[in-house]
Design a binder for this molecule. Sequence first.
Ligand code: PEP
Ligand code: MN
Length: 337
Amino acid sequence: MVIVMSSKATEADVQVVTEHVEALGLKAHPIFGVERIVIGVIGDERLIQKDQLSLIPHVETVIPILKPYKLASRELKPEDSIIDVAGVKIGGKEMVVIAGPCSVENEEQLLQTARSVKNAGAKLLRGGAYKPRTSPYVFQGLGEEGLKLLQKAKAETGLGIVTEVMETADVELVAEYADLLQVGARNMQNTRLLRSLGKTKKPVLLKRNFSATLNEFLMSAEYILSGGNEQVILCERGIRTFVEYTRNTLDLNVVPAVKQLSHLPIIVDPSHGTGRHDFVIPLSRAAIAAGADGLIIEVHPNPAVAFSDGEQSLTLEAFQELMKEVGIIALAMGRNN
Ligand code: PEP
Ligand code: MN
């Protein structure tokens, strides 16, 4: 961090800054120029609250050098992280597709979907048992009964399970069934939940909130990593913009941005990102072309009667088509699938 003092600053002002910095265990190195004094700070500047420093008289500008996240950054770990989810490696050469219904509804719906997506080439099964719905009057998920159905689908197909955990109190229970614990967009900054996931041994799929900056997204990952759980996979699922013809705007810019700044894998959810089944295949192709490590796709045997997100769910046949088209892009990108 570099602190630039105003032209009126005296040595006494520099002393105040030095004491502030040293009280936090860092070192301050003032450089007395002809017109200005600048102070170089040596040590982990993340311990300093920039806003507090700016309140000290004659501090003009505070320029951080390090990223506010540490464990999530490529500065700390230059090589890509590869996360093992029930034997499926995410973040390596392989493109991984996770597929399944938005909500687990019943045994027939889940098993039919699981068998079909497995045959089409999906590597993991998704399905919500606890659903964060906008309306309190609609289906909220089957809860533990849904988790048991997911377990049954796993036993039959061998597909590892991806399912959402909404509350700290549910982490232990959901972790008994899930191979990958999903944090939904609405909970991206639920820091209690993130902290408790930092203590689990299961990998976490962290979905970006619809209004989160890239920095906030990576800081949320940092909560889980700093709790001791290194297995974090990021997921772009669309953000809010002025656009009204899609449910969200899928921010594919974030894929190369994350790849530059972080070693963590990133997958893309074009189902929530578009809200339109007819846009899911083209945006899946685009996501893989942009460098995403995989996709998470909503699939339903009969989207017209789905309890949630039917309008963005692919039929079993459309999902087969998706796998074909995306496979071509993955090959072109030098990935296995
Ligand atoms: C979901 O995956 O069904 C879901 C609720 O996603 P999001 O949290 O991204 O809205
Ligand atoms: Mn959904």
